[in-house]
Design a protein around this ligand. Structure first.
Ligand SMILES: NC(=O)c1ccc[n+]([C@@H]2O[C@H](COP(=O)([O-])OP(=O)(O)OC[C@H]3O[C@@H](n4cnc5c(N)ncnc54)[C@H](O)[C@@H]3O)[C@@H](O)[C@H]2O)c1
Ligand SMILES: [Zn+2]
Ligand SMILES: [Zn+2]
Length: 378
């Protein structure tokens, strides 16, 4: 079918709205009409060349990996969803059978290995073309298009009564942040938790810390609006930088320092690790959720303090969550009024306004920007 998409033709160029040819689902795939797509910072990493796709399939690139919609077509052998079902797209596929899936780590599913190639999980070919050029969709989803054809393993069925434009956020940002607190940092009632970087991911790490029962939640972000918003999500204290937070955290914890820290800055850098480690106590845990340049190898870390204070440095992808369990689970928390989703979207955009949406994110105006699709797009 013919539809449209926001396409990058190279790093550091504007998104262009192009007509695209989207293939029908082959065996194991589904086609979905999207209601909305969140503007996550991870697409911006591709935009600025931090996270290159695998050549030669790097450009044209179709962005977007945080979406929800209605199944319009199913390929042969699809068993988990049918036409008309409402689904959230999980930015990571989960096959359910590989060693990681089978041991309860669906966020580390072996199918994730293919995500930067642009080639469909089902048959290794491209499903989307811009003119005669095969296109690579972000995370093999490409939600900056009103329709997607994706592998069944990335479509998670949800109840019909949940607003799809809210549910979209759970396909990446909400689950990533919430799980960074609940699963990766294992936040509990005794904990003083620091969240560094309070955008779409960090605000949900704050929500996770609140729902995990943390005693103190310290939000760090240079943007005043983010700090104010963090207080609504459950933060108890806010600071503009890690440096400014050292002394107050020392006082607050009677010199022990925080139990957990989670870093969700827009662009992670190696030197932030040493700064973050200073904020946690002996035996404390520091979680790295933010992404930087894919090739960056240098990290600052005081190795003496690291071993002698027995600190833990923990990476985290998709909040160490199991998408097939956690996506519906978080939406139930939303329906019960415990997880805040309505507040997270600062501004809605049309697909045609995508460059403005990312400019607003980079300028610190948005907690989350959201592309809403309507009849006119479908
Ligand atoms: N690990 C994962 O699975 C995963 C999933 C999704 C996104 N991410 C990554 O998480 C990061 C955050 O994404 P987002 O969508 O929330 O981005 P965002 O742009 O909405 O938020 C980033 C926030 O970091 C703040 N910030 C920047 N530098 C800072 C600093 N030095 N100290 C404190 N705060 C700082 C900004 O003001 C902003 O509020 C990105 O790197 C993104 O790629 C990781
Ligand atoms: Zn994301
Ligand atoms: Zn798997």
């Amino acid at each position: 079918m013919k539809t449209k998409a926001a396409v990058l033709w190279g790093a550091n160029q504007d998104w262009q709205i192009e007509e695209v040819e989207l293939g029908d689902p082959v065996a194991g795939e589904v086609q979905i009409r999207l209601a909305a797509s969140g503007l996550c910072h991870s697409d911006e990493h591709v935009h600025i060349g931090d996270m290159p796709m695998v050549p030669p399939g790097d450009f044209p690139f179709i962005g977007g990996h945080e979406g929800a919609g209605v199944v319009t077509k199913v390929g042969a052998g699809v068993t988990s969803v049918k036409e008309g079902d409402h689904v959230v797209l999980s930015f990571l596929p989960a096959c359910g059978r590989c060693p990681m899936c089978a041991t309860g780590h669906q966020n580390l599913c072996d199918l994730g290995a293919t995500l930067l190639t642009g080639q469909a999980i089902a048959d290794g070919t491209n499903r989307i073309y811009v003119g005669d050029k095969p296109a690579s969709p972000m995370c093999l989803l490409g939600t900056f298009s009103p329709y997607v054809t994706i592998h069944e393993s990335a479509a998670v069925k949800i109840p019909d009564d949940i607003p799809l434009e809210k549910a979209a956020l759970v396909g990446c940002g909400v689950t990533t942040g919430w799980g960074s607190s609940i699963y990766s940092a294992e936040v509990g009632p005794n904990d003083t938790v620091v969240v560094i970087g309070c955008g779409g991911i960090g605000q949900n790490a704050i929500q996770g810390a609140r729902m995990g029962g943390a005693r103190h939640i310290i939000a760090i972000d240079p943007v005043p609006m983010k700090r104010e918003f963090a207080l609504k999500m459950g933060a108890t204290h806010t600071f503009a930088s890690m440096a400014e937070a050292v002394e107050p955290i020392t006082e607050l914890t009677w010199g022990m320092m925080a139990d957990k820290a989670i870093i969700c800055v827009g662009r992670m850098r190696g030197e932030y690790v040493a700064e973050m480690m200073q904020l946690i106590r002996k035996g404390g845990t520091a979680v790295v959720t933010g992404l930087g340049n894919l090739l960056e190898m240098d990290v600052q870390l005081n190795l003496f303090e690291f071993s002698m204070y027995q600190k833990r440095l923990q990476g985290s992808i998709f909040g160490a969550a199991n998408p097939r369990y956690d996506i519906p689970n978080l939406l139930k928390f939303y329906m019960d009024g415990e997880l805040y989703l309505d507040e997270l979207v600062t501004k809605e955009y049309t697909l045609e306004q995508i460059n403005e949406g990312y400019a607003d994110m980079n300028a610190g105006h948005n907690i989350r920007g959201l592309i809403r699709y309507t009849e006119a797009d479908w």
